[in-house]
Design a protein around this ligand. Structure first.
Ligand code: ARG
Length: 284
């Protein structure tokens, strides 16, 4: 069934190609087509939407380290977008993409990557992003009762030892916004961050708010989310799906996201998976 459809879909393209062949000119039909019909999408692997994320895929973005379940905010968003593009759940394939390499330049083995990747100007030089699907605050996790757990302003944070995962916007927020007296601690992942906090090597760690919530609730007993703040002055920090530079899939995913925003699906998914983070105090 799928084969037959593919063959049928290819036929007009072949005819068009032959018709255009002598002139060997840029096929204008192609440029104007930029169609988001499933059969026209430029996919890395035919017949399947290939989506990247890191392993382990952690909560609340994914559940039980399984991106294929549709459970967790980003898994749910990914499948909702896939559905809008015309793919059934069976037609979605996941590949593991380490966070740190996701925004490196070059060819990608996925159609898009969804992994709490913030849209930044620096990353946009070498990869493309969809429109934002979530506005992320930075949040501070510290041990209950520690001096840093009492802070109410970003400025006060500067007196403490702070840490964050390498290459993240959290680390950048420490360096550029908090500007602490001490050099920040840089961690490979949340396991390393957790150990540093428990050992007292670092006073507090920064992470995206929902991640911080999860770290505090599930990973570091006796810790709390001290507060949240928006690191960017002006524009809010947003997560986007990441694409190989120049991917023609971007406008199609943006259309899908616009539909999911307009019909309330995106808000529903956020409500279902991320509603517990709304009470965290804002650091002034
Ligand atoms: N949103 C932050 C950034 O883009 C951190 C993302 C960390 N994601 C992860 N899967 N470890 O820099």
């Amino acid at each position: 069934m799928r084969l037959r459809r593919t063959a049928l879909a290819v036929l007009p393209v072949l005819v068009a190609a032959i018709a255009c062949a002598p002139a060997d000119e840029k096929e204008d039909s192609d440029a104007s087509a930029a169609s988001c019909d499933k059969g026209d999408l430029p996919l890395t692997q035919e017949g399947t939407l290939t989506i990247g994320t890191d392993s382990p895929a952690f909560s609340p973005w994914f559940v039980d380290e399984d991106p294929t379940s549709g459970e967790g905010f980003e898994s749910a968003v990914a499948y909702a977008v896939a559905k809008e593009l015309g793919f059934t759940a069976e037609e979605v394939t996941w590949v593991t993409v380490p966070f740190n390499t996701s925004f490196a330049p070059g060819e990608k083995n996925f159609d898009f990557d969804i992994n709490q990747i913030s849209i930044t100007d620096e990353r946009k030089q070498v990869v493309d992003f969809s429109d934002g699907y979530y506005s992320a605050s930075q949040a501070v996790v510290a041990l209950e009762g520690s001096p840093v757990s009492e802070v109410t302003t970003v400025a006060e944070l500067a007196d403490f030892n702070l840490g964050a995962q390498t290459a993240t916007t959290s680390l950048k927020a420490i360096r550029d916004v908090v500007k602490p007296k001490d050099e920040p601690a840089v961690f490979e992942d949340t396991v390393a961050a957790k150990n540093a906090l428990l050992n007292g090597q670092t006073d507090a760690i920064l992470a995206d708010l929902p991640t911080a919530f999860y770290i505090s609730a599930a990973e570091i007993p006796g810790s709390k989310v001290v507060g949240q703040f928006q690191p960017e002055t002006g524009d809010q920090e947003e997560f986007g799906m990441l694409f190989e530079k120049g991917s023609e899939l971007v406008p199609c995913v943006d259309d899908a996201l616009a539909t999911l925003t307009d019909d309330g699906t995106l808000a529903e998914i956020e409500q279902k998976w991320l509603s517990d983070v709304v009470d965290v105090p804002e650091l002034q």
